[in-house]
Ligand binder design. Structure first.
Ligand SMILES: [Zn+2]
Ligand SMILES: [Zn+2]
Length: 347
């Protein structure tokens, strides 16, 4: 039995190109009690590998969080397979608006402690006691209500390239930090204001809404299916689109354009730009916004120092990397002193 990915990203890319078949980028999540995560993980890997499904999937005792690329011709089989799992029957699938055959190049199914790193002690509150789910239409109405406070539950580098008009966008690095800061800032509104929240695909709001109800907020609402599903509904129902810019996504596309507005700037020259890249210096890998002109000038690096290292022979680069952890990958998304034009709000 082959339980792990064996092809490299390059090999997979070639295969996808050769096949020339359409792929769908899909995401879904479900909070459910999963007893034996290892067995469930292996089961999914075998089933999905056979259907040529690629993607990144997290499985924990609390549920499943999946971002996938599925061959369009296998979609019905894939759906039938999901429906055969009791807690995934009729699970809402978020289907990306902008399709890209190379959104994922590997199938990685990982067993984790949590399906979203939330830093919360679950025993302190009931995660199933969540907020009221609203679709795009009610969401648009709620936004116009003067009693509504609209909060973006994503991190700073996500809301930087796109968010809803008039939303509070916390300038924070982690979900856990955002939860606390928002609670403090909005504590006087617990009784009477409507707390309306949204995130990429809805999963973070499942936790956040339950958390705020637990903390005493009386009227808590969340955007069903997040920005991905909102964009789909706006399109199919011909509703007014109140989002601005791009929706940051966690695959090779990095962002899905929702409207033509470019609300961010290149972190190096300040020109309007909303394209995220990772610094080409492997030891840095900083996620930041870079325009085409700067990418060319800087060899896709974040700084002169990285450009210099990136220009060295691979062997020398390896020597320099030895013993150093790639801290930028985790902690420094879009945050670095070298990024002159990164806007940071005071906090
Ligand atoms: Zn630039
Ligand atoms: Zn760098």
């Amino acid at each position: 039995m082959q339980l792990y990915n064996t092809l490299s990203a390059k090999e997979r890319e070639a295969l996808i190109e050769e096949a020339g078949k359409e792929r769908l980028t899909i995401s879904f999540y479900k909070y459910a009690h999963i007893g034996n995560t290892k067995i469930f993980r292996n089961h999914l890997f075998l089933e999905w590998d056979a259907l040529e499904v690629l993607g990144r999937i997290y499985i924990a005792h609390e549920g499943i969080n999946a971002q996938l690329s599925v061959p369009a011709e296998n979609f019905e089989l894939f759906k039938a397979q999901l429906d055969s799992i009791s807690f995934l029957k009729d699970v809402r699938l978020n289907i990306a608006i902008e399709q890209n055959n190379k959104s994922f190049l590997k199938l990685k199914v990982k067993v984790r402690k949590k399906i979203v790193a939330d830093g919360l002690n679950d025993k302190t509150f009931d995660v199933t006691n969540k907020g009221i789910h609203v679709g795009a239409e009610s969401f648009n109405e709620l936004i116009e209500d003067p009693d509504t406070i609209l909060v973006d539950m994503r991190n700073h580098y996500e809301s930087e390239i796109g968010h809803f008009k008039n939303a509070i966008t916390p300038d924070l690095d982690t979900f856990r930090d955002s939860l606390d800061v928002i609670e403090k800032e909005l504590s006087e509104f617990k009784e009477d204001k409507k707390l309306l929240m949204y995130c990429t695909g809805g999963i973070r709001c499942e936790k956040a809404s339950a958390y705020y109800k637990h903390k005493g907020f009386k009227k808590v609402y969340q955007l069903e299916g997040g920005i991905i599903e909102y964009a789909r509904q706006v399109k199919s129902k011909g509703l007014e689109n109140k989002f601005l810019g791009k929706n940051f996504v966690f695959d090779h596309r990095r962002g899905e354009r929702i409207t033509d507005d470019v609300i961010a700037q290149c972190h190096q020259c300040g020109e309007p730009c909303d394209t995220h890249v990772n610094c080409a210096n492997e030891a840095c890998h900083l996620l930041f916004i870079q325009c085409d002109a700067c990418a060319e000038k800087m060899d896709q690096c974040c700084s002169d120092q990285c450009k210099e290292i990136h220009g060295l022979p691979e062997e020398d680069q390896k020597k320099l990397r030895k013993g150093k952890s790639d801290s930028n990958k985790i902690f420094k998304k879009g945050r670095s002193e070298v990024l002159t034009y990164k806007k940071t709000a005071s906090r």
